[in-house]
Write a protein that binds this ligand. Structure first.
Ligand code: GLP
Length: 259
């Protein structure tokens, strides 16, 4: 279905959506490599894309997919956090993808949760420059928070023009995000870092194509507001309405319930 926020494909279940996402990623790698000699992927964490990574790993093991000419940039990282912390997104990516495939480790970029705070802005600005120097992101994979966040771009009162121009930066987590993240931190909200580094909306929207996944009834309202609601900083995923021609939503029936 064509919507103000892009093409929405409603799948029978998350497994089917994840298979389709892996298909898209594999063909983006193949076609971009053919055009430019390499591909740049923007990667997401959270529970939603785990089966996508499992599928990509299976394709790699079957000899059907190589990451040798791929560069990756991750969406976000908690702050502060050490890369060896099991709850870091560094650890997540290593566990679910990086250790299993032939992606050159020096081309797998994740924002550094150990950077001293005085240098965080500089580190984030450098990250945006690296992406630009690499020719931009060919395909950005996204999830969506229950509050409509993308990456860790949280709901805010910013005017629309500013919300669309946000660079990669250090940001503060929304209470809904902290509550949802608690399950990964032993069920304790107190253990969840209060801040995070995130790719900005400007960087995300500049990707040449965007694949956003959402599963389950608890995402239905955020999906409906993002797709058909007003374009507003209050619901960061609604900012995808700025570039609908680039966006594909892969969602299950439960997440599509309010469309
Ligand atoms: C986390 C991540 C997001 C992710 C979202 C949804 O906070 N920073 O990038 O999309 O939450 O998580 P899940 O897929 O576990 O529902």
């Amino acid at each position: 279905m064509q919507t103000p926020a892009g093409t929405v494909l409603v799948c029978d279940d998350p497994a089917q959506a994840c298979r389709l996402a892996a298909d898209r990623i594999a063909s983006a790698i193949a076609s971009t490599r053919a055009d430019r000699g390499r591909a740049v992927l923007g990667l997401a964490t959270g529970s939603t894309p785990i089966p996508v990574y499992a599928d990509l790993v299976a394709r790699h093991r079957a000899g059907q997919l190589s990451f040798a000419n791929v560069t990756t940039y991750n969406l976000d990282e908690y702050y502060p956090i050490a890369p060896l912390d099991p709850n870091s997104y560094h650890a997540f990516m290593y566990k679910h993808l990086f250790q299993h495939v032939d992606l050159p480790p020096h081309r797998a970029h994740i924002l550094d949760g150990t950077v001293p705070e005085a240098f965080a802005a500089e580190h984030c600005a450098a990250f945006d420059r690296w992406i630009e120097a690499d020719g931009g992101i060919d395909l950005q994979l996204l999830g969506i928070g229950r509050n409509g966040h993308i990456g860790f771009n949280e709901p805010s009162d910013l005017p629309l023009d500013q919300a669309l121009r946000l660079p990669t930066r250090l940001t503060r987590l929304d209470p809904v995000t902290i509550a949802d993240a608690a399950r990964d931190f032993g069920g304790s909200e107190a253990a969840v870092p209060r801040r995070a580094l995130t790719l900005g909306t400007a960087t995300i929207l500049a990707a040449r194509s965007i694949l956003i996944l959402a599963f389950g009834a608890n995402k239905a309202e955020a999906v409906a507001r993002a797709v058909f609601g007003p374009r507003t900083a209050q619901l960061p995923a609604s900012l995808l309405q700025t570039v609908p021609e680039k966006v594909t939503w892969l969602i299950d029936r439960a997440a599509a319930a309010r469309l």
